[in-house]
Design a protein around this ligand. Sequence first.
Ligand SMILES: CC(=O)N[C@H]1[C@@H](OP(=O)(O)OP(=O)(O)OC[C@H]2O[C@@H](n3ccc(=O)[nH]c3=O)[C@H](O)[C@@H]2O)O[C@H](CO)[C@@H](O)[C@@H]1O
Ligand SMILES: C=C(OP(=O)(O)O)C(=O)O
Length: 417
Amino acid sequence: MSKILVRKSGPLKGTVKVSGAKNSVLPIMAASLLAQDTCVLEEIPALRDVEVMSEVLASLGADVKKNADGILEIKSTKVDNFEAPYDLVSKMRASFLVIGPLLARMGRARVSLPGGCAIGARPIDLHLKGLSALGAKINLGHGYVEAIADKLIGDKIYLDFPSVGATENIMMAACFAQGQTIIQNAAEEPEVVDLANFLNSLGANIKGAGTDTIRIQGVKELGGTRHTVIPDRIEAGTYMVAAAITGGDVTIKNALPDHLKPMIAKLKECGVEIEENGEHIRVVASNGIKAVDIKTMPYPGFPTDMQSQFMALLSVAEGTSVVIETVFENRFMHVSELNRMGANIKIEGHSAVVQGVKSLEGAQVRATDLRAGAALILAGLTAEGVTEISDVYHIDRGYVEIEEKLKKLGANIERVE
Ligand SMILES: CC(=O)N[C@H]1[C@@H](OP(=O)(O)OP(=O)(O)OC[C@H]2O[C@@H](n3ccc(=O)[nH]c3=O)[C@H](O)[C@@H]2O)O[C@H](CO)[C@@H](O)[C@@H]1O
Ligand SMILES: C=C(OP(=O)(O)O)C(=O)O
């Protein structure tokens, strides 16, 4: 089993390029099941999750080819299987995103229930509410969801919570529904917009993505396309925090400031200087870090996927911060690991009270999920001695070459077997 070793690293300096967004590429790959022609996807990050989604699509009968660096070609003409099995869906929750397109395309889908994970129970009731509103009969049994519909008919669907995955699944299913589907209280995340842009470039008719009301006018078929995936705002935010926690000066390339507003605002509140320049962001931290309060919210609020990385930063800030998690009910697994490194964080219900300490100390810690792992790397960059992180496969789900990228900035980090 691999481990990542991190040692205290001086101010990080230099330039780092952000990869394509994991949370865009996964739904877009699922959506390519709807296309009659080849889909060429660019800026595909070399991530474990992308490999798993490729396996899922291949198991359904799609032809998935990895071409030159970062280019994926998907041909779905021969898709003939409507079942996504447990062994693939259990590897990655986002595999559940194939249920919408499979149902739309084949009138039938059987997909393993994804189950919860370290950050919460993560039910799929809103996905199913949407699909049944479109006319699908839903049966649950033996750990699988089966959705069947002779035809789908557009409807008005109000989401009780602006779920990213439910918005995406419903949007994909509605592409071939008769008439208009309206999703109200839809998720507004940039990745939802990227998916809608991809589907529209195939010939779909989707309006309003990026607002809380999305209108999908059903069409008869979708063609092929070439699409470049948006940059990963969470990876960008993680390198912004790496610069801040080490008192560094880092320019982040291929980052869209528009998608990073909450991270930019909170880092500025912490006393970090940020320069926005087109698709570059420069982060300069030379005056220490001040405590700030954070509340995670659906987009455009502060992203839950950046909560643990900011918690690492605030654990060495001057003063006391309060971090409130409102999106997932159990996303504080990193707290006990950070406390093992000398942080002073107390959990009170959905809040964590972070009393900043002068310094952290290296320890053996466990990446309990993807972003928790990133937070431990960030903490390790500022901790005295060695931080030894286990279960790093979580980190590989969502960060392309994280050691190499950090090493280029001057970090003392290595992977050992
Ligand atoms: C692959 C991907 O894009 N993953 C992202 C996506 O996950 P995902 O799409 O799973 O997240 P959701 O937006 O659906 O979940 C948000 C909240 O809604 C709840 N919920 C969701 C669906 C449902 O049917 N019922 C229900 O109660 C969840 O348990 C959670 O508490 O958005 C999350 C919230 O920004 C991010 O943290 C994940 O990185
Ligand atoms: C929670 C995350 O991803 P997923 O929904 O794929 O588990 C994440 O990217 O932080």
